[in-house]
Write a protein that binds this ligand. Structure first.
Ligand code: FES
Ligand code: FE2
Length: 440
């Protein structure tokens, strides 16, 4: 154990095991759940919320999202407090949501505003305050804050890709996973897997690109990684030599606690295609409960150089590019070859809530350890009444998560919490209109 990161870097053993038990929990009253309730979370896309209520499970609570007749979004407990019928089948009214069973009606703040079967002088509605959470609609999504300060929540941080107006923004949801959300978040702090898992099927690299990139296990194992804690979470950076001593291949990944990730600049010099597109990609998680979450993926493609579609997400039939063998009895057959599917398969295989106390962390897990330390501090801050990391009381105009991916000249290389290569700079090796590789 002498070289174990657990022993050297983690909190005291029993405290560390307690952390591993607490962290994946999402329900009210749990340490993990109380920490998550200090942040804004995505509920659904704005476009999903029309004139039918939507049942949404959020942080282990069953809720219903709706938009009243005035267009105001609301989020209430799903069970009508009268006789517990589901408000998923409620009726949209001008001033709220009416339960279809006996007509009790609730406004967006859970006030009961009508009980039509009761006598005119009944006061019962004044004694009913249904479960409600504040919501905001911004950036194409509906967001909620499920903490105790729901009358006065901190401002919703405006995440940069969704706030920017210098390109085409896409936001898609619907990819639901049946395991704990931390499997996903830790995967983004664990970028050593990129050269192994995503290098299982070696892709052909054209000869002209070989001086700049040979993204294979042999060249880049172990992958040199640096981890940098930031005010929003952390970044992981890899700086790779290329065949040209003046050129480095730089890749950064960002995590914003608790539910955003970014692997952006994905098409700016993304090997091996090197198109002239400039896209930033990432997303956020809707945490459903301890063993389920939904991915909301977002991307920004710069104006003026959009030439193709967005290439992320899962293949519809959940198949990779490797030929399926008839004797393969595994759930995912022929799964290798598509990075998004490779991540799904391995994250799911860790277990719905992994038995993390059985892990043997090693030097390649420094990013995972950094992320767990960040979570640990966030849970302690909440337990002791402080705001955790990435909660800002003053409205941030924009949360910059700018994340670079591409080839740059060595004299432009900078690494630090506030001093990274920027995907906004437009630096990088790309293909020009004639198809030649040039530095932008
Ligand atoms: S159960 Fe909803 S009004 Fe009766
Ligand atoms: Fe991956």
């Amino acid at each position: 154990m002498s070289d174990s990161i657990v022993e050297r870097a983690a909190p005291a053993q029993s405290g560390y095991q307690q952390l591993l038990d607490d962290l994946p929990r999402t329900g009210p009253g749990t340490k993990g759940g109380e920490m998550l309730r200090r942040y804004w979370h995505p509920v659904c896309l704005s476009s999903d919320l029309q004139d039918i209520p939507i049942a949404v499970r959020m942080l282990s609570e069953d809720l219903v999202a709706f938009r009243d007749g005035q267009g105001r979004p609301g989020l209430l407990g799903i069970r009508c407090p009268h006789r517990l019928a589901s408000l998923e089948y409620g009726q949209i009214r001008h001033d709220g949501l009416m339960c279809s069973y006996h007509g009790w009606k609730y406004d967006v703040q859970g006030r009961c505003i009508d009980t039509p079967l009761e006598p005119c002088d009944s006061q019962i509605k004044h004694n009913i305050r249904h479960l409600w959470y504040p919501v905001e609609e911004w950036g194409g999504a509906v967001w909620t804050y499920m903490g105790q300060e729901k009358e006065n929540p901190p401002p919703l941080p405006k995440i940069d890709v969704l706030a920017r107006d210098d390109g085409v923004v896409k936001l898609v949801n619907g990819d639901i996973r049946n395991y704990n959300y931390l499997n996903w978040m830790e995967n983004f702090a664990d970028m050593g897997h990129a050269t192994i898992l995503h290098g299982l099927v070696v892709r052909d690299i054209p000869d002209e690109l070989k001086p700049y990139n040979d993204y294979s296990i042999k060249s880049y194992s172990p992958l040199p990684l640096e981890h940098v804690e930031t005010d929003f979470g952390m970044k992981t950076v890899s700086v790779l030599d290329t065949g040209d001593p003046q050129v480095k291949f730089v890749n950064t990944w960002s995590l914003v606690v608790p539910v955003h990730w970014r692997f952006s600049g994905i098409r700016s010099g993304f090997p091996p295609d090197f198109t002239d597109e400039r896209q930033e990609g990432g997303g956020m998680i809707r945490i459903i409960d301890d063993t389920h979450f939904e991915l909301f993926r977002y991307s920004l493609t710069r104006k003026g150089n959009f030439t193709g579609g967005w290439l992320f997400g899962l293949p519809e039939n959940l198949k990779g590019t490797v030929e399926e063998r008839p004797y393969d009895k595994r759930r995912y057959k022929g799964w290798e070859g598509i990075p998004a599917l490779e991540d799904l398969v391995l994250q799911e295989s860790q277990g719905a809530i992994p038995e993390r106390r059985l892990e043997h962390l090693a030097s390649s897990d420094r990013g995972v350890v950094m992320l767990r330390r960040i979570w640990h501090k966030a849970m302690a801050d909440v337990a002791e009444g402080r705001d955790p990391k990435a909660v800002w009381r003053d409205a941030k105009p924009m949360l910059e998560v700018d994340t670079f991916h591409g080839h740059i000249h060595v004299n432009e290389l900078k690494i630090g919490p506030d001093n990274m290569p920027s995907s906004r700079d437009g630096a990088g090796l790309i293909r020009d209109k004639e198809g030649k590789l040039v530095f932008a």
